[in-house]
Design a protein around this ligand. Structure first.
Ligand code: ZN
Length: 200
């Protein structure tokens, strides 16, 4: 206990010294300008974040989704299967609802908030395909690059054909790595098959 108290007092002493040293610096014009700019930068950053959130929400709301099954979970205790859907166009993925919001990254928290209010099934086409969503989005963006004016139904067909080819044509691990690169996926991408999105 006394050790803790000693340490506590030492820290107070150290901070006092630091604050004393900081005081004259705060009067310096260059330092003042630096503080001003830091403040402006923080305020702009906050505006940027909130606009980013609005932009994402708008993108999700205006997308006519093409959905695939992005994750299949089997609950042993309930004996039930839960299917999550994701959109190969905008990336909206309702598997984010399976866990705690606070464990998600910032952009997945935006999806979470959007999906709490809006259902993913409301608009668009549902494909029965099971596919990792990063892979599905990568294939879709290649199709869109080659055919910018493609309609959704045709895009869905092309997507399913491209995915079938990927899954049915046996290639070496090296070729898989270069294929991942071509699709702008990570070199070590492994989730090529439908079984890869199933929890069991
Ligand atoms: Zn979408």
């Amino acid at each position: 206990m006394s050790n803790l108290k000693e340490e506590y007092d030492k820290i107070i002493e150290q901070r006092k010294k630091i604050l004393e040293e900081m005081k004259p610096l705060g009067e310096n014009e260059i330092v003042k300008r630096y503080m001003e700019l830091t403040e402006q930068n923080e305020s702009l950053f906050n505006q940027q974040l909130s606009l980013y959130k609005e932009l994402k929400m708008e993108k999700y709301a205006s997308c006519d989704h093409i959905l695939v099954y992005s994750q299949i979970d089997y609950d042993r205790y309930e004996g039930r299967t839960y299917k999550s859907c994701g959109c190969i166009k905008c990336g909206l993925d309702n598997s984010v609802l399976n866990g705690d919001r606070e464990w998600l990254s910032g952009s997945r928290q935006i999806m979470y908030d959007y999906l709490r209010k809006n259902r993913i099934y409301n608009k668009g086409i549902a494909s029965e395909v099971l596919c990792d969503l990063d892979l599905a989005q990568a294939i879709y963006s290649k199709i869109k690059q080659a055919h910018p004016d493609i309609d959704d139904e045709t895009a869905r067909k092309y997507f399913e054909i491209a995915l079938d080819d990927i899954r049915n044509i046996k290639v070496s691990d090296d070729r898989k790595a270069s294929r991942a690169k071509r699709l702008s996926l990570k070199d070590n991408f492994k989730r090529w098959n439908s079984g890869d999105v199933c929890s069991n």
